[in-house]
Design a protein around this ligand. Structure first.
Ligand SMILES: [Ca+2]
Length: 495
């Protein structure tokens, strides 16, 4: 009996102690949209910033830090989410493609934060098929969700979905604020707000519907790309706005051909995309207004990012998946006045696998040794260590699949990029990003760059081994179906 009482006392003391420590910890509001390209955010100052303004996201840059080299190791929806949740590359967390089911039994960021005294929740897009784990509360979209009157699956009701009436970006924002308002706890919170927008097929909110109607949207430099000198991967893909996008989206008459077709398809689609993304900017404004009015703005780490970047007409394309800059990079802005000087601009290479260790360190949690990302805390302080990451590893697996982007892996250094398309072909691409920022001049077979090419190849394989991945040693086999593809990859390279 005495032992039991002592044990009970110890348990109560331990939980009180966790609660007391937790009360001093910052809240974390992690907002992630789906397919929101940095080119569409005015704080990044690209060619579209002449016609689109995102004042609320820009405000995060003014009050915090904007990242110009935030990157993802696998530029596609489900794998990117799994990287964020685990702090690990796809080959380590098992979510290599969009069709795999996430293994929710593994260690994740929300589970670690929950154990450290955080109240955890996710509201919005989940897309990982299995029931969310590690959350005190969840209300996630049924599949990809819908823009109007989407189904949501709420904790306790899985797998049943119920319709939440309204425009999805607004619904997610309102539900997120409601959760923050109504939670009955002294614990700090970790809230993931995952927007569906501006994933295609875009449907703008009524108030933004006609905003760009009479505007001519500037074209990207490579809209009419002919893929000269590139690998066959750029020729076999099926993500051209003019050719592979349905008429419902590009709204181009069948008879229209050539450059005129590309020009009109781009204008039609990009207007819907940009108008849809304006609601995401509104959401940031509403979330920040709530934090400010409730006195939590300065003790909350606010992150805005996307699951990956997107081609907005660059190379004539509309999707992601390739290791080119538009998809390898993703927007990232962080506001946390206790650590970050207002107006900070970061050019260090950070990755989405770094978010988990960063939040853990800021929450005072020991970072587990198997997490592969690095804590960005010194970067946030403006004290980037000399040995910070100087190269990034990338691998994309979803082939054959939608948009037929060949499997590839590669390395991006501060100046160069080397990509190996290895699966149904055996071809390389190499770019000098300083001289050729649009990545159109493939140097892989240029004799003048032979030494550089071989050096980068060595660097790629060394980095691949360092992150515990393996090269695929059966290149150019012309595998036809996805099931066979996944089996072969698992056998020859993946795990
Ligand atoms: Ca996405």
């Amino acid at each position: 009996m005495q032992i039991n009482t002592r044990l009970q006392f110890a348990v109560v003391w331990a939980s009180l102690s966790v609660a007391a420590q937790a009360a001093d910890k910052p809240n974390i509001l992690y907002v992630m949209s789906d397919d929101h390209a940095y080119q569409a955010i005015s704080a990044y100052g690209g060619h579209l910033s002449k016609v689109i303004q995102t004042p609320n996201i820009d405000q995060l840059a003014k009050e915090g830090m904007i990242f110009h080299r935030a990157m993802v190791p696998n530029s596609i929806c489900c794998p990117a989410r799994a990287c964020v949740l685990t702090g690990k590359y796809s080959h380590m967390n098992g979510q290599i493609g969009n069709s795999d089911k996430f293994d929710g039994s593994q260690q994740t960021l929300p589970k670690l934060l929950m154990a450290a005294g955080y109240e955890t929740a996710i509201i919005g897009k989940w897309h990982l098929y299995t029931e969310p784990t590690g959350f005190d509360y969840y209300s996630v979209l049924h599949g990809q969700g819908k823009y109007i009157n989407s189904g949501f699956k709420e904790i306790g009701k899985w797998p049943k979905a119920e319709v939440h009436a309204g425009y999805v970006t607004e619904v997610i924002t309102k539900d997120a604020i409601k959760w923050m308002k109504e939670r009955n706890s002294d614990k700090p919170f970790f809230l993931m707000v995952h927007h569906k927008a501006p994933h295609r097929i875009c449907i703008p909110q009524k108030k933004h519907y006609d905003k760009l109607k009479n505007t001519v949207i500037p074209e990207p430099a490579t809209l009419y790309d002919d893929y000269k000198g590139r690998s066959d991967a750029s020729k076999v893909q099926t993500q051209r706005i003019a050719k592979n996008m349905g008429r419902r989206e590009n709204k181009v008459p069948k008879h229209m051909k050539g450059k005129a077709r590309t020009r009109l398809a781009y204008q039609n689609w990009i207007k819907d995309y940009l108008a849809t993304s304006l609601s995401v900017d509104d959401s940031i404004g509403e979330l920040m207004a709530y934090l400010k009015e409730s006195g939590q703005a300065d003790n909350t780490i606010v992150v805005y990012t996307s699951d990956q970047g997107l081609f907005l007409g660059e190379h004539g394309w509309f999707d992601k998946r390739f290791m080119y800059e538009e998809c390898l990079r993703t927007p990232l802005l962080i506001r946390y006045p206790k650590l970050i000087k207002p107006g900070s601009v970061c050019y260090d290479m950070v990755m989405n696998i770094d978010y988990a260790p960063t939040f853990l360190e800021l929450a005072g949690v020991t970072i587990p040794a198997d997490i592969q990302g690095k804590s960005m805390v010194p970067v946030l302080k403006g004290e980037t260590p000399a040995d910070w990451r100087k190269q990034v590893y990338y691998r994309y697996y979803d082939f054959p699949d939608a948009h037929q982007v060949e499997r590839h892996y590669g390395i991006r250094t501060e100046r160069y990029k080397l990509i190996h398309f290895y699966y149904s072909m055996d071809q390389w691409e190499m770019y000098d990003l300083k001289e050729d920022p649009h990545e159109v001049n493939n140097l892989a077979s240029n004799p003048e760059y032979k030494v550089k090419f071989e050096k980068l190849k060595k660097q790629l394989y060394a980095l691949q081994a360092q992150v515990k991945d393996k090269p695929y040693d059966k290149v150019g086999q012309g595998v036809r179906n996805r099931k066979q593809a996944v089996t072969e990859e698992a056998h020859f390279g993946k795990f």
